[in-house]
Design a protein around this ligand. Structure first.
Ligand code: PLP
Length: 411
């Protein structure tokens, strides 16, 4: 007998990231020579969790109210402006009035709210076939489901053709389209879309919505500030939203966990962009309702740290410098890992930058077991294993490809 409601009986967090991450953490505690390449957080070359000094300083200088008082459900106007300035940067003046912000507990809160308010029950979202698995759980929780589009075409580029096919089907089946793009530094592959690929996505959205069909792009930008091309490239892609027509809405899911390494503070935001002013008003109303019902109000502490780091000149410059350094560390680790992979003939999925590198293999669970025996912990998922280069040192990045290749080839 179960006391659970019908839909809850099959609820089980199948994501092995947290479970295997916890095992790896325990193993490393017992034996520091263990490599823990599991969890999506940034670690320094000293194998300690990385923290920004400017973030620490901002936290130290918050008043009691700024830290502990209840926040307003949508977040504060100062936070909204800070996030807009950060995300739009040089395009702030032209984009700010066509956007609205809702503070959320991390990018996850932003994703969950967006699914809840832009799909009907029983509708499905379009997700990339390689993905951060929690999208699926957010959808199930909202009584919704998903279909996938191919992330890569035969040339290893973004598969706009397949996205179009899946969009046409969704339009026919449910009269609306909600699709997720996780860019730049896609989790788990590390792919970053080219500028022309973004142009094609924007054209496709306009084409699909020409007859008034609602087209919603949920842009998961968790890793936006780690793109090796830098702020100007990532923001120039965001500026392309200005070309979208009135039936389109973009909701960007911003993560304070990744940009500021505030993982446990739980702060992020939905940033809606549309030329349709009524759509923005509806966005604010419906998402405020959802936030109030799910978490009541977001972290005040997280919001106020962000306001300082994004807008107060005393913190902003040093925060940006530190962020560039953190991002460079990742670039160097990736170069080392890929160089060694080349040497030993280890194949990876298309990669540009970011926290993860993904390796295709036939039996990821076996590869995982074999690697554990070699004191290496990675995440097996679908038909790949994911290596978190953000969590390991340069030395480990050099060492790992050979060990992984041996584990894959072992008979
Ligand atoms: N999106 C992607 C692709 C992620 O990898 C993560 C976290 O790992 C998130 C969103 C959500 O992170 P958070 O809720 O901590 O902001």
């Amino acid at each position: 007998m179960t006391l659970l409601a019908k839909r809850s009986m099959i609820k089980e967090d199948k994501s092995n990231i947290i479970t295997l991450g916890a095992i790896a953490k325990e193993e490393k505690k017992k034996d520091p020579s263990v490599t823990n390449a599991t969890i999506g957080m940034l670690y320094g070359e000293d194998s300690k969790l990385f923290a920004f000094e400017s973030v620490d300083k901002a936290l130290d200088n918050l008043s009691t109210d700024e830290k502990y008082a209840y926040a307003a459900t949508p977040g504060s106007p100062l936070f909204h402006e800070a996030v807009k300035k950060w995300i739009f940067r040089e395009y702030y003046d032209s984009m700010k009035d066509n956007s609205k912000v809702m503070a959320t507990p991390g990018g996850t809160g932003a994703l969950s709210n967006t699914f809840a308010n832009y799909l009907n029950e029983e509708d499905y979202a379009l997700l990339p076939n390689y993905m951060w698995g929690n999208y699926k759980q957010c959808l199930y929780e909202n009584h919704q489901s998903f279909k996938t589009y191919n992330l890569f075409n035969d040339q290893g580029g973004f598969d706009v053709e397949d996205l179009k096919i899946k969009m046409l089907e969704a339009k026919k089946n449910q009269g609306r389209i909600l699709f997720v793009v996780n860019d730049p530094c896609h989790n788990p592959t590390g792919y970053t879309m080219k500028s022309f690929e973004w142009d094609m996505v924007i054209d496709l959205m306009n084409e699909m919505s020409e007859d008034g069909t609602p087209v919603i792009l949920l842009h998961d930008m968790a890793y936006i500030d780690y793109a090796k091309e830098g702020f100007s490239y990532t923001r120039s892609n965001i500026a392309k939203y200005e070309k979208l027509n009135d039936s389109c809405l973009v909701v960007m899911a911003f993560s304070g966990s990744k940009t500021l390494a505030l993982y446990g503070v739980r702060i992020g935001a939905q940033v809606a962009y549309s030329k349709n002013k009524a759509a923005l008003e509806e966005f604010a109303k419906a998402n405020k309702f959802s936030s109030r019902s799910k978490w009541s109000n977001p972290s005040n502490l997280g919001q106020n740290i962000i306001v300082k780091c994004f807008t107060d000149e005393a913190y902003k410059k040093s925060f940006e410098d530190e962020l560039k350094e953190a991002s460079n560390t990742l670039v160097k680790r990736a170069e080392a890992f890929l160089n060694e992979s080349n040497k030993v003939g280890l194949e990876t999925l298309p990669f540009e930058c970011g926290f993860f590198i993904t390796i295709p293999c036939l039996n990821p669970d076996f590869v995982y077991e074999r690697l554990v025996k070699k004191k290496v912990h990675v995440i097996p998922m679908g038909n790949v294993i994911r290596v978190t280069i953000s969590a390991i040192t340069m030395e480990e990045c050099i060492k790992l490809p050979k060990l992984i290749k041996e584990a894959i080839d072992e008979k």
